[in-house]
Write a protein that binds this ligand. Sequence first.
Ligand code: UTP
Length: 474
Amino acid sequence: MTTEQLISAYRAAGQGQVFAFWDSLSPQAREELAAQAAEVDLTEVERLNRSLVFKSGGGGVNLDGLAPAPYVRLPENGGNTAEWTKAKEAGEAALRAGRVAAFTVAGGQGTRLGYDGPKGTFPVTPLKHKPLFHVFAEKIKAAGLRYGRPLHWFIMTSHANHEQTEAFFIEHRFFGLDKGRVHFFRQGRMPAVDFAGKILLETPGSLALSPDGHGGSLRALHRSGALDLMKAEGIDTISYFQVDNPIVRSIDAAFIGFHLLSKSEMSSKMVPKAYPEEKVGHFCVQHGKVIVVEYSDMPDAMQRETTADGALRYLAGSIAIHIIDREFARRLATGGDGMALPFHRADKKIPTVDAAGQAVKPEKANGIKFEMFVFDALPFANNSIVIETARADDFSPVKNADGLDSPKTSREDQLRQFARWLKAAGESVETDSTGLPKPAMEISPLFGYDTATFVERWQRLPIKPMIADGLYLE
Ligand code: UTP
């Protein structure tokens, strides 16, 4: 398409304002604006305007036939130990066969944390202040060593943080990983619109574009060629986790095994909600399919409902940890069988320009961003399963600068985990009433990355270090 054709297409779609300052732009700025404009699917914007922007009333989520999703219980909560052992063995066999890749979504804007830089570069461990990417790299390396097959690691970035992310890995020599097995690719972006559905400019020569949500990861895996690379490498199982959660078991053999044994196309981990109104999505079933219903879409009374034994009926909270089948991701990304992730609307303050091209920093929401959520893929998946995990072993994200889910809470949860591992190995550790150890400590995933691997390694140490003096193990 020539630039003239592009501008005509925008005018015909009622989006001619995108080129309002065209005459005043330099040739290079014109080229850049035209390239951004060509990236936008105007038909998709038109469809989203109709379904999400112009629609009056809340719409809401259809709760017909909704029920709590069944899940596989942990052995300590009544689950079947033999089943867990079998799943772990199946997962380990897949890891030994090189069928599994790690996948981190790191394209978010991290606005709540307010940190200047890609979130994965944020220092997060208690003693050595290792950045999130370093922690994951060590977990992935450790799993590769354990199963005799180094894993591939796919990292989804955004246009805003891609270069910085790559440069960070180069600067740190890929944290000891084989750089040929670490793959970065950018996620897609979507234009923001005002409340009249008009695409907003960020500056006279650029569109207000933002990442298309973690659900965009499925499209991006396909578009970037990552799925083809996986296929060529014999990888069919993708271990998906978020960049903000340092205690996640990035590679969890039992989880992988449950997924494979159930022939599930997309599996999830749940934690029991800490309290009825906890702000997490709820795993539910509807018409035979697993879905996640956001806390904001579930009536309060439903969130508080209890069963005969007094437990919460909608107990299963989503923590954004999944195993995804490679070909399922491809089917979704290419829209096979009419499958497509829906977009969600988020009203935001979007920096833009006024009619004279002057910068405007809005004080209240002035427009709408469109995002896809990865869990919306679940109802498309065959045999989707949910397994239970202990929150303390898998989930303590860094979302906010302080308060809940902050660097402090995450650091403390890491420390509690180290203390629990030491206790599981039969050591005595002085802790407070919340399990927080008194001595300073940090355990590298290269030493141990869960209770079993830690205990095994600790017991092999010929001389045990003094815990009370402070401890760093690698
Ligand atoms: P969050 O929902 O916490 O969003 O992302 P965020 O953008 O990181 O942070 P805030 O809301 O601006 O404070 C959860 C995970 O999904 C990834 C994030 O990088 C994080 O790992 N994500 C989110 C993407 O990869 N792309 C997106 O477009 C959105």
